[in-house]
Design a protein. Structure first.
Ligand code: SF4
Ligand code: SF4
Length: 123
């Protein structure tokens, strides 16, 4: 999990702990005027983010989610190389190339699962 600054609902910014799952949901909220119900009711089934839009029921599909983000960013930037995007506050920005862009990572954060794992290693 990583900590990054993204666009907030009020037009300002917020610092969030982000995973690809959460980044997609944030982007979908942004796309749907921050209305979670509208995200769940989205009808754009050909959008690459569509299967992952609610952040629920999609565990274990991280490679597919990663590809979906890149495909969405290629469409959004009309480019094979979304790396040139300048919208640093977009929640997908840090994942746009398929790899984490460390230039916008404020901090690496351990997930609860990682905490449990490292604690057991120290026991
Ligand atoms: S799946 Fe695509 S069209 Fe639908 S809310 Fe998400 S970004 Fe928008
Ligand atoms: S990171 Fe850039 S290319 Fe990707 S969705 Fe956001 S604005 Fe579009």
């Amino acid at each position: 999990m990583i900590k990054v600054e993204v666009l907030a609902k009020d037009g300002g910014t917020k610092v969030v702990n982000l995973t690809r799952t959460k980044a997609v949901h944030e982007r979908c909220l942004n796309c749907s005027a921050w209305n979670a119900y509208a995200v769940s009711q989205c009808t754009f089934t050909d959008c690459p983010l569509y299967p992952f839009r609610t952040g629920k029921g999609v565990r274990g599909r991280s490679a597919e989610r990663n590809k979906a983000i890149v495909r969405y960013c290629q469409w959004c930037s009309n480019s094979r190389t979304p790396k040139d995007c300048t919208a640093r506050l977009c929640p997908l920005y840090v994942y746009r190339t398929g790899r984490i862009d460390n230039n916008v990572v404020l901090e690496r954060v351990k997930s609860p699962r990682e905490f449990r794992f490292s604690k057991n290693m120290n026991d």
